[in-house]
Design a binder for this molecule. Structure first.
Ligand code: ADP
Length: 584
């Protein structure tokens, strides 16, 4: 459930980032394209201005020439009838050849050609009447008349017309200068940017690409084509193209192979001086390429950034998952450990319970065995005493009663032992010389040692004073000697060594033997731990644990170790009293 929701969230973030990246890339493309087109448009405008200036400058010289010619005496002489046409025509031809003008004509006041530089041409213009032409009409009102037209062969001409004025200021004739535009354009061909000048009929009259001359664009036509003598059948449209706008710029995409750039930014400018519209077709490809490159770069950078972020987020999520899994595992492990501990505790409790029951069983078996023996002896002695008394054998009966008394003493001792284990001694401590207690204990054990062939070696300092209970300390030492002799019952070498020493404020008494050592040394001081057959001796497995408690009550320690040479060594360590303390 959670992972589905997480996955959904992840997809939403990825989609949002993709949309954002696409938007940013598109915005980058558009901004870059717009600024690129702005720059191209500005340079297009500059090119147009330069081209217009160049055209106007080229035409200007012919305009001035027309002006000069209108005041030339040869022209005036012809118009005023002082010269003949042939002379003037000859003069016009020479002038045309030296100035580069295509043709020069002199017209009378009615607009008929009087003389022409083409006079030798069979198709010369002499006697033609041009009164209705726009340039002559303009010249009639004393302005500089201009006109342009194209011949059937596609040759384009530009005309200047000026009136030759009489003294009263009225036109008495006209001078017309014809300029060949094809020749004028020839030096423009090397221009990089395509520039075309459209007239008011929407026809490209001048262009730096020959193929674009006399192309027709209806969108620019405000006058009919025949205004300039164009025959519609030889006017071709501008090469195939699709128009679009990018911001405030016109983009023409040329579909057919032509001299035009594939993607052209169209910049237009009116040139009122020659009444034409100049158009530059600037190659817009660099702006598109730059914008595309910048957008692609932006997209690549955003993708890289997105990828980096995705990898970072992914690795963090993986790490978090890992940590979560580890935490889960830890919790599970802790639970298992706790469960195991509880099981162990339970098992231990069960074991303790079982060992308690075992100990109780052993103890009851031991006690009943120990007490049974004297009890059955007492029973026997009492029955014997009864019979002996019935028979009047008093002294023998007395002996039996003495034996009964001994057995009860033995029972008392057994019970005393048990009580000693159960209760805590409250007997007050006194100054005791361990050396004396050791001597007394050895003399108690001497009888048995002798009978069992045990050699007793004593190495003792004479004074080793401690705070203790004399009787209880003796009980412990006797118990250790007695255990040692029990252990050596089947050993060939029977030797007990007692060493009493004083060392660093401690009194140490070591009782070692040459027996087999302790079978289970860890359990030596455990109550009811015994390896002896129950009832075989006075022991119940309580001797060592009672001794341990007694030495502990003196502020000392009873410890045991198995000797490397074999045998066991018990050590009683007690805090020593200083000589002054001992003397007090
Ligand atoms: P008990 O003598 O009634 O068995 P103790 O507490 O005195 O009880 O001794 C416990 C056990 O310690 C003995 O049964 C015996 O196995 C072992 N033990 C005690 N002293 C020695 C010793 N010197 N050498 C070997 N084993 C000993």
């Amino acid at each position: 459930m959670t992972s589905t929701r997480d996955a959904g969230k992840l997809w939403a973030v990825i989609t949002a980032y993709l949309l954002l990246s696409i938007t940013v890339a598109i915005a980058t493309y558009q901004l870059s394209l717009r600024s690129g087109l702005d720059r191209l448009s500005q340079s297009g405008a500059v090119i147009l201005e330069q081209s217009a200036d160049r055209l106007i400058a080229q035409l200007e010289s012919y305009r001035e020439m027309t002006d000069l010619m209108s005041r030339h005496p040869q022209v005036a002489a012809l118009i005023e009838g002082r010269s003949i046409s042939a002379h003037t025509s000859e003069f016009l031809l020479r002038t045309a050849l030296t100035t580069g003008a295509k043709e020069l004509h002199v017209l009378d006041a009615s607009g008929s050609v009087l003389a022409s530089s083409t006079y030798e041409d069979p198709l010369n213009t002499i006697d033609k009447n041009w009164a209705s032409r726009a340039d002559i009409i303009a010249a009639r009102s004393r302005r500089m008349g201009v006109f342009h037209s194209a011949a059937d062969n596609g040759q384009r001409s530009y005309y200047f017309a000026r009136s030759v004025l009489r003294d009263d200021g009225k036109p008495q004739g006209y001078v017309v200068v014809k300029v060949n535009m094809d020749e004028l354009e020839a030096e423009w061909r090397i221009d990089e940017t395509v520039v075309t000048f459209f007239d008011t009929a929407g026809v490209s009259f001048v262009s730096n690409r020959l193929a674009l001359a006399l192309r027709y664009d209806a969108a620019l036509a405000i006058a009919p084509p025949d205004t300039f003598g164009y025959a519609t059948e030889w006017l071709f449209p501008i090469p195939d193209h699709k128009k679009s706008r990018s911001g405030r710029h016109d983009i023409w995409t040329f579909t057919a192979q032509s001299e035009m750039p594939d993607n052209a930014l169209v910049v237009s400018q009116d040139v009122p001086l020659i009444d034409m519209t100049a158009r530059a077709f600037v190659d817009a490809q660099p702006a598109f390429s730059n914008a595309r490159l910048l957008a692609a770069l932006t997209a690549a950078l955003l993708s890289l950034f997105g990828l980096g972020v995705a990898i970072f987020v992914q690795s963090r999520a993986r790490m978090a998952d890992q940590l979560r899994i580890e935490a889960d595992l830890n919790i599970e492990l802790e639970a298992r450990v706790a469960k195991r501990n509880a099981q162990l505790q339970q098992a231990q409790d069960n074991l303790v319970q079982a060992s308690k029951l075992t100990a109780l069983g052993q103890m009851s078996a031991g006690i009943s065995h120990e007490l049974n023996q004297p009890l059955s002896a007492i029973q026997n002695y009492a029955a014997n005493a009864k019979k002996l008394m019935e028979r009047g054998r008093e002294p023998e009966a007395h002996d039996n009663l003495t034996l009964i008394s001994e057995q009860t003493q033995r029972m008392g001792r057994i019970i005393h032992n048990l009580r000693g284990f159960a209760r805590k001694e409250t007997e007050p401590l006194e100054k005791v010389n361990v050396a004396d207690v050791l001597t007394a204990s050895l003399s108690l054990a001497a009888q048995r040692a002798k009978s069992e062939g045990v050699e007793v070696i004593v190495d003792a300092v004479p004074d080793a004073w401690v705070d203790a209970g004399q009787v209880r300390l003796q009980q412990v030492i006797v118990n250790l000697l007695s255990n040692a002799m029990d252990a050596m019952a089947d050993t060939p070498v029977k030797q007990i060594e007692t060493t009493l020493s004083l060392h660093r404020g401690q009194v140490q008494l070591v009782v070692s033997d040459t027996g087999p050592g302790l079978a289970d040394i860890e359990r030596a001081f455990e109550p009811f731990y015994t390896t002896k057959e129950i009832g075989a001796s006075k022991g119940l497995g309580l001797g060592l644990s009672i001794s341990y408690g007694i030495i502990g009550s003196f502020g000392g320690l009873l410890s045991v170790e198995n000797l490397e040479t074999g045998g066991a060594a018990f050590t009683i360590t007690l805090p020593a009293l200083s000589t002054q303390e001992a003397a007090q």
